[in-house]
Design a protein around this ligand. Structure first.
Ligand code: FMN
Length: 190
């Protein structure tokens, strides 16, 4: 698959098919891809906690908040939840490095037929306690992964410029994206 197509396909997924769980081995392979991405000064400070069994998934799920823009949706119901997670950790303030790693994992997951939701609305201290994460380690981002069980389509921005995603009555998830004309800037003329 061409990179542009893969990037287009790698949309946030929030409903999954639990009958086809991702394995801990596959999650580990995704980390193996991400461990060689660029990092500031080649610091490679990120660490990855793999949650690849049903018990771990059940313990992590209550620590996550889903789809703030879908006010009436409490998150994936039993039977449509992620079957694996990668928790990105670092002792430092590593937001840029985390982003590079997270997107790399999301692309690898998408290429392998899995959907991902990057999650920052998480109960960090509770996750640290639940998974025995050492005091100095920051929980940056949780990547929720599984077989996609929803259709996500990219839409042009609405006239009011709102960035909120929405779900139509047929269950399709719609994500507005700005046009190329809007995002390429040129401050050189007047
Ligand atoms: C750093 C980051 C944190 C996010 N945190 C959450 C989250 O806590 N819960 C959630 O449901 N989605 C979360 N998302 C997913 C965004 O809502 C999603 O990327 C956005 O709606 C655009 O959809 P797209 O990824 O399909 O382009 C997060 C995305 C990023 C990049």
């Amino acid at each position: 698959m061409k990179l542009a197509e893969l990037v287009r396909k790698a949309r946030t997924c929030r409903r999954f098919g639990e009958s086809a769980p991702i394995s801990a081995r596959e999650l580990r392979e995704m980390v193996d891809i991400a461990r060689i991405v660029p990092s500031t000064g080649n610091s490679q400070r990120l660490r990855y906690l793999i949650v690849g069994n049903p018990e771990g998934c059940a313990r992590l799920f209550p620590k996550l908040a889903w789809a703030a823009a879908l006010k009436d949706w409490p998150g994936p119901a039993e039977g449509e939840r992620p079957t694996g997670y990668i928790i990105i950790l670092s002792e430092a303030n590593d937001a840029t490095n985390v982003g590079i790693a997270a997107q790399t994992i999301q692309l690898a997951a998408s290429e392998a037929g899995y959907g991902t939701c990057m999650m920052g609305a998480i109960k960090r201290e509770e996750i640290k306690a639940e998974f025995n994460i050492p005091e100095g380690m920051n929980v940056h981002l949780v990547l929720a992964i599984g077989k996609p069980a929803e259709t996500v389509v990219i839409e042009p921005m609405p006239a009011d410029g709102g960035t909120a995603y929405w779900r139509s009555e047929d269950g399709v998830h719609h994500v507005p994206k700005r046009s190329l004309e809007e995002v390429v800037v040129d401050y050189s003329s007047d």
